[in-house]
Design a protein around this ligand. Structure first.
Ligand code: COA
Length: 146
């Protein structure tokens, strides 16, 4: 794979992100939602680029002592090449630099692919939100980061 560059989200990234969002989630975020993220002080979003193409993105919200991962996705053509791992490592490092102690995320029970990624980085399931999604339960996963 070509060199991977991770940089903060900006407006020029959004059209490509929306395409990845649509292929990744049954309930994709809208363009407006991503624009809001850029302006939110507590939101930290990054994109992973291969050459000039967006291969993936991820972000967390920093509220009190916690980081909550609110989104992570990789373009289908780039999956299983380590980009998800790179993005997750980047979020963890970024949170550590902000002196955040606890990291949470929510994942569909049926999304075992993403759960495997999170487990690899030491996230553990703390509890289940029954029928959080219309058709699925939500798992809350946690990692102590500092
Ligand atoms: C989850 C996702 C971000 C992973 O991205 P990726 O770039 O393909 O992941 P990586 O190549 O870095 O793989 C990291 C680990 O995840 C797990 N994994 C990734 N794809 C997998 C698959 N198809 N089956 C099983 N495990 C898988 C493996 O443990 C893998 O480590 P390994 O390659 O050393 O075995 C990607 O599949 C995606 O965008 N899915 C749709 C969006 C989504 O579900 N986001 C999470 C919402 S909570």
């Amino acid at each position: 794979m070509q060199q991977l560059i991770i940089e903060p989200l900006n407006r020029s990234h959004i059209p490509q992100i929306i395409e990845i969002e649509k292929q990744s989630f049954p309930d994709p975020w809208t363009e407006e939602k991503f624009i809001q993220e850029i302006d939110l002080k507590f939101s930290h979003f990054y994109v992973a680029k291969v050459n000039d193409e967006i291969a993936g993105y991820a972000g967390f919200w920093h509220i009190t002592e916690e980081a909550n991962i609110v989104n992570i996705a990789v373009k289908k053509a780039y999956r299983r090449q380590g980009i998800g791992k790179n993005l997750l490592e980047y979020l963890i490092e970024s949170a550590k630099q902000k002196k955040i102690s606890d990291m949470y995320l929510e994942v569909r029970l049926k999304n075992t692919t993403a759960q495997e990624l999170y487990k690899k980085y030491g996230f553990e399931v703390c509890f289940t939100r029954k029928k959080y999604y219309n058709d699925d339960d939500g798992l809350i996963m946690y990692k102590k980061i500092s």
